[in-house]
Design a protein around this ligand. Structure first.
Ligand SMILES: [Mg+2]
Length: 178
């Protein structure tokens, strides 16, 4: 195993990092989940690459554009920076098989529960998959993690930092003493 490889914490976005208002895309509607900034900083400091993997079928449905998604992520990153935290990569899936926008009406391998976004991150970034995990709030997140061969932890709501601290403890126990 190369020492350059890092474990990754894959995070679903809506309902995990920010409050899910339903097709949230306006920067002014971005409200962090309790503890989200601290949780991401904790992951940064623990040596994890923090990778967002988010379905954004609102693009396929014509509610907003890919540029809007990027703008939302830029705002999130800027706000995280104020808290000394940062996301290493954002992957979003604009496709949906029943979308109204023709170019996005695709049953795409990136759309969770499929693992495409996670697998792309494995290819793009220096990730040690064997020490990586995903946190999401839906069964489709757990299915994507499973399909990518990594553990999935379902966030039930509440304080994300408390939850992440528990996941890191479990991940450490699972990995055994170094
Ligand atoms: Mg979610």
């Amino acid at each position: 195993m190369s020492e350059a490889l890092q474990p990754a914490a894959f995070l679903d976005r809506d309902g995990v990092i920010n409050v899910d208002h339903g097709y949230t895309y306006k920067p002014e509607d971005m409200v962090f989940i309790d503890g989200a900034r601290t949780a991401i900083r904790r992951l940064n400091e623990a040596g994890y690459l923090v990778v967002v993997v988010t379905n954004q079928s609102g693009v396929a449905r014509g509610f907003y554009s890919e540029v809007d998604v990027e703008r939302f992520h830029a705002h999130m990153q800027a706000e995280l920076g104020k808290a000394g935290a940062g996301i290493d990569a954002f992957y979003s899936c604009p496709y949906h098989p029943e979308g109204t926008v023709a170019e996005y009406r695709v049953d795409h391998p990136d759309r969770k529960p499929k693992p495409g976004m996670i697998l792309r991150a494995f290819a793009d970034l220096p990730i040690d998959a064997s020490r990586s995990f995903l946190i999401g709030d839906r069964p489709s997140d757990m299915a994507a993690a499973s399909a990518a061969g990594i553990p999935g932890y379902r966030f039930p709501g509440g304080d994300l930092d408390v939850f992440v601290a528990g996941v890191l403890l479990q991940a450490g126990i699972a990995a055994g003493p170094n």
